[in-house]
Ligand binder design. Sequence first.
Ligand code: SF4
Length: 459
Amino acid sequence: MPRPARKTAAPKPRTAASRRRPARIPKVGFVSLGCPKALVDSERILTQLRAEGYEVAPTYEAADVVVVNTCGFIDAAVDESLDAIGEALDRNGRVIVTGCLGARPERILERHPRVLKVTGPHAYEEVLGAVHQHLPPQHDPHLDLVPPQGVRLTPRHYAYLKISEGCNNRCSFCIIPAMRGRLASRPIGEVLREAERLAHAGVRELLVISQDTSAYGADLRYARDRWREREYETRFIDLAQALAELKVWVRLHYVYPYPHVDAVMALMAEGGVLPYLDIPFQHGSPSVLKRMRRPAHAEDTLARIATWRRDCPQLTLRSTFIVGFPGETEEEFEELLDWLDEAQLDRVGCFKYSPVEGASANALAHHVPPEVQEERYARFMERAAAISAERLSLRIGRRERVLIDEVNGDEAIARSAAEAPQIDGVVRIAGAAGLRAGEFTEVEIVAADAYDLAGRRVS
Ligand code: SF4
């Protein structure tokens, strides 16, 4: 599920500034909002633009035209997207809009009638067409070479690997299937070739994303495809097994607790993919899950978690939850807290339910008043923080392999297998001399709070 957040920053082009260039290089500014899936869309558009000879402008003022990739998941994200379009119009004036909010052009045009073009999510061709129309390319194939791994908005050492678009589920609080359409998986060979290119380009960690990773390939009837002289089916477990061949960190996001997910535990236990699962459980009460129309809502998730931990004791589980869903009673909320106590998840995020225009949950009876939502949110977070602090404290004294994300003066910010970038905590390492972003190192965990850990380097 998307986490609305400003991801952006138009990266400086990697081409050397000293290269000889034709007279005028067309420059595109780019603002990328929303979830990692939207970020991958942005990377694809930027990669194509770079291949066509455009440069990416680092500021609004330096750009000839600005593309804003919007998020429309919840109302706060819609507001943020509309504000970002307004800012781009004020500071540049020539703006093309794409992304999830673009599926509802009337919302955009009502407030910003001056935008040049509005396109929907993953409408790459349309975005490129709009850029060509308003800022024709000046292609020079000898100068405008794009690195084979494409243009990425993430640091050089990790990358998102989008395996499918759309979703076949119909969660009642979500409009993503209406905006992004039904599940459309990429054939496994294509995904693996992209993963291989990324690994060759220096990526140390691949973050597998989609709307429903466990459903991967169902729309293609698990079609067979070849990679490295072997045949694989386009399905979740085959993908995990093949990615393990690349010998980089592989992290699985947006997985649902279906029985077929059990099969990946052996691979995690032997180190083929990271022992980490990001599962958006959303609630612990069966009746609320049913009203949410969540995938796998009838599964006994606590039993499933116990089995996973038996098969892979080092497993880290992260999840997100919604409190104050329409009709949620105090008893159902208590059920959620009890579920949380038993599940003992390592990392947990929480949202207060907020209606999204077009979602069927809006029609449900008994919306929870904001003050009750607030109170439940605070109770939930207190419980989750206590569990997280306890689980993190169990790591004190352990030796862990970490990947350095950045070095700031004498401190390095790193992550172990148990922390995904941007959404989980970090491992702080004092005494960073000689460490560099993108390197692995060994630390002993010496302290922890509810979110972050401190590590001491061990040689
Ligand atoms: S699984 Fe549910 S919440 Fe996630 S994209 Fe599909 S419909 Fe939306």
